[in-house]
Design a protein around this ligand. Structure first.
Ligand code: KG4
Ligand code: ZN
Length: 364
């Protein structure tokens, strides 16, 4: 990484249903220390609707964003003149919410005459394993969240190559939708994991996706439909527990199989030491982590995952991505736009529009 003096950056995250702010210090040695990380969840506001309602999310961000930023600054013991820059998520995400956080970031940058860094939310997840931990670049990344499911070779901030991506749903979306058919509350992923405890994962055979292909792409729609059909026929709690366990095992298996392929491709292009990072909300799932860790050891990669609090959406990852960009001189103008869709590897997304922009494509 480019040599620089220590940087202190405020991060703001409002792309989905968490209003978050954080102050991160990036040392001269490239190590990141989280000084504060505040996350105000809107789960209670969306729960009655079984999912995130964009308009409710945007309004809720407006109501609390100032207080969340103030709390992050106070807890960090940093005043505004002490900031080197302000980073805000500029997409991809629910655009009404993104605009709230990005506008707050612009206002601070303008009034304090400090640089603004418009951060891609996915880049935040990509750097999240580096928070309070020593995980040097480059690494192979599996990014698995509610909106995204992709494998990326990460050479540094702003330098990612996509190796595979979902052609329909994201893994977290599959967890959430299947959980709903099992009558579980939103967000479904953690609830399904809890239900699956002690269940028989071999009880219900579920379809395996894209078997005829040898690339690193994912697909969860077949699994989702099959699980929904089965869920309708189930009467007893024990059966539901077994279905939850079978679903969790099927998702873990697909994530692990594609990751194994990506590891072989990555290893052919990179020298040792080989590192693997899993990030995003689904990385909080213990069965998914365990399956990936086993594969990682078999393929002689080191295994890294962010602390659980940095797996799901947070602003510390946005602050760190912003600080690393700032260190490279990659700042944004105050005309930076909020982007509902914004692939990390834009070249790959344009070359392969099946899993790129557009109403029918995957979300990033
Ligand atoms: O990264 P994240 O907070 O937000 C996005 O950027 O999407 O990820 C949220 C997703 C949701 O789909 C949630 O159900 C899933 O991560 N998730 C889990 C677990 N914890 C969160 N899925 C399975 N098992 C979990 N323990
Ligand atoms: Zn996220």
């Amino acid at each position: 990484m480019t040599r620089h003096t220590a940087l202190t950056v405020l991060g703001i995250e409002t792309s989905c249903d968490e209003t978050a702010a954080s102050v991160v210090r990036l040392g001269e040695d490239g190590r990141a220390t989280v000084l504060s990380s505040i996350v105000a969840s809107q789960i209670a506001e969306h729960a009655p609707f079984g999912g995130v309602v964009p308009e409710i999310a945007a309004r809720a961000h407006v109501e609390v964003v100032d207080a969340v930023i103030r709390q992050a600054m106070t807890e960090a013991g940093v005043d505004f003149p002490g900031l080197s820059g302000v980073a805000a998520t500029a997409g991809p995400g629910l655009v009404g919410g993104v605009m709230v956080g990005l506008s707050a970031g612009k206002a601070i940058a303008l009034s304090r005459s400090i640089p603004l860094i418009a951060v891609n939310h996915l880049e935040g997840h990509a750097v999240s394993a580096r928070l309070d931990a020593d995980v040097p670049y480059p690494f192979l990344l599996l990014l698995v969240s509610g909106g995204h499911c992709q494998l990326l070779a990460v050479e540094g901030v702003g330098a990612c190559t996509r190796l595979g991506s979902t052609i329909d749903d994201a893994a977290g979306e599959a967890f959430d939708k299947i959980a709903k058919t099992l009558g579980l509350p939103y967000p479904g992923g953690p609830a399904l994991e809890k239900l699956a405890q002690g269940g028989d994962e071999a009880r219900f055979p579920l379809p395996r996706a894209l078997l005829g292909r040898d690339d690193c792409d994912f697909s969860f729609s077949g699994l989702k439909t099959a699980a929904a059909r089965l869920a309708e026929t189930l009467q007893h709690d024990a059966e539901k527990r077994d279905l939850a366990a079978s679903v969790q095992a099927a998702i873990s298996r697909q994530l692990t199989e594609r990751t194994a392929r990506a590891m072989r491709i990555y290893a052919a292009q990179h020298a040792a030491p080989l590192r693997f990072v899993v990030a995003g909300g689904v990385a909080a799932n213990a069965a998914v982590r365990a399956a990936l860790q086993k594969e990682t050891e078999a393929q002689h990669f080191s295994f890294h995952a962010p602390a659980l609090k940095y797996c799901t959406d947070n602003a510390a990852m946005i602050a760190l991505a912003g600080a690393e960009r700032l260190a490279k001189g990659l700042t944004s103008g105050l005309d930076a736009i909020a982007r509902p869709r914004w692939p990390l590897d834009e070249a790959a997304a344009i070359a392969n529009p099946v899993n790129s922009f557009g109403r029918k494509g995957a979300k990033a």
